[in-house]
Design a protein around this ligand. Structure first.
Ligand SMILES: *Cc1c(COP(=O)(O)O)cnc(C)c1O
Length: 382
């Protein structure tokens, strides 16, 4: 059979699953006319997510990126402050810091978990350091205990970007419950989706209040249109929250499914040489496989781009790993990170990509993806 004849129906890198009460709750919004952020599902989602994760307050916002912006601003991080982040992360983290006038200070990542290497944090602390922004990457949480110890010792705030880790735990405690403030995203590839959406969680009533104000243009309760500070419109609509409430009802199921998919991929890929697979577990967590990442080993000639190109010809959707913050043209133009190098992150950014990982992916599709990976491995020049 030629490669062309073997082509399967395209398998997208992510397809969400919307087969619970989503429609029912959306209909309730329409039937009652409550579609704006004033509708009841918004508070419901805030309270339910906060209680699920084990935090006091939830502030629903329009996406995970602005959740980080509001968190940074609410913590008083501004001009001249430094915030330590991994170089291997999404642009949202660094963007939130730069937009606040502060400076992102980078650390490399661990070659096995792909999370920030906590051993490198302390050397980056200066008198201007205000916070550590931890980001749980792909499926395993950051080793939080040492981070929290360092934060305590140096009196630093901790922002926990838990966008990829809803439903995951660290030493039995929910991700998103650590540090001063945590953030989530409900983009369609996350563990629950609202189409677009995000959440800020905190136990600090003042921080929560501050985030609420920032979300709502810093309108004041007395003189509504007189502003002491600048906020944004980051509000989530009742329509989005309705979908979120339905999604959250099935979080446990979704986490089980993600873990099953990860195990299935791992079993099927076990005897295929050429890739570093995601770690099954660490001392403190079992992988939740938000996405199923592969890193192409050094002795293979293909890089991630070539591998993804090949899989595209087989109708398999993939995504590259994050591109390092210190290699971003936009930050170079700003004069940031000149001459800095983080070898582990640079390598996985070039040799890493992830396979279809959405909740709508079937077992049969996973088998088809792995068949395509086998073809890749036997491709000339691999
Ligand atoms: C998805 C994601 C974000 C951004 O969320 P959006 O809702 O897409 O803005 C932030 N941080 C991490 C780690 C993410 O995975």
């Amino acid at each position: 059979m030629s490669i062309k004849q073997s082509l399967i129906k395209p398998i997208p890198v992510n397809e969400p699953l919307l087969n619970g009460n989503e429609k029912k709750y959306l209909n309730q919004c329409i039937d009652t006319g409550w579609i704006s952020s004033e509708g009841p599902f918004v508070q419901q989602l805030e309270q339910q997510l906060a209680s699920r994760v084990g935090r006091q307050y939830g502030i629903a916002v329009s996406n995970g990126s602005v959740a980080l912006e509001a968190a940074v601003t609410a913590l008083g991080i501004n001009q001249g402050c430094e915030v330590i982040i991994p170089t291997f992360t999404i642009i949202s983290c660094a963007a939130a810091i730069v937009r606040a006038g502060a400076i992102p200070v980078l650390v490399d990542c661990d070659p096995d978990t792909w999370n920030l290497d906590v051993k490198q944090i302390e050397a980056k602390i200066t008198s201007r350091t205000k916070a550590i922004m931890v980001v749980h990457i792909y499926g395993l949480p950051v080793d939080m205990e040492p981070v929290l110890e360092i934060a305590k010792q140096y009196n630093l705030k901790v922002i926990e970007d838990a966008a990829e880790m809803l439903g995951q735990t660290y030493n039995g405690r929910s991700c998103g419950s650590f540090g001063d403030i945590s953030t989530f995203s409900f983009y369609p590839n996350k563990h629950i989706t609202t189409g677009e959406g995000g959440m800020i969680l905190t136990n600090d009533p003042e921080l929560a209040q501050k985030c609420r104000e920032l979300r709502n243009l810093c309108f004041q309760s007395q003189k509504r249109f007189v502003h002491e500070e600048l906020g944004w419109n980051l509000r989530m609509s009742n329509l989005q929250a309705a979908v979120g409430v339905a999604q959250l009802e099935r979080l446990d199921e979704s986490v089980l499914r993600k873990r099953w998919m990860g195990k299935f991929y791992t079993d099927l890929l076990a005897n295929i040489a050429g890739f570093q697979l995601p770690l099954v577990e660490t001392e403190y967590a079992k992988n939740i496989y938000w996405v199923y990442g592969l890193v192409i080993k050094d002795n293979v000639n293909f890089d991630a781009e070539e591998a993804m190109q090949f899989l595209r010809t087989q109708n398999i959707g993939t995504r590259p790993f994050f591109w390092c913050m210190h290699e971003q043209p936009v930050f170079k133009k700003m004069g940031l990170f000149a001459g800095e190098s983080y070898p582990v992150a640079e390598k996985i950014a070039r040799r890493g990509f992830y396979l279809p990982s959405g909740l709508a992916l079937t077992d049969e599709q996973i088998e088809q993806v792995v068949e395509a990976v086998k073809l890749l491995v036997s491709a000339p020049g691999f």
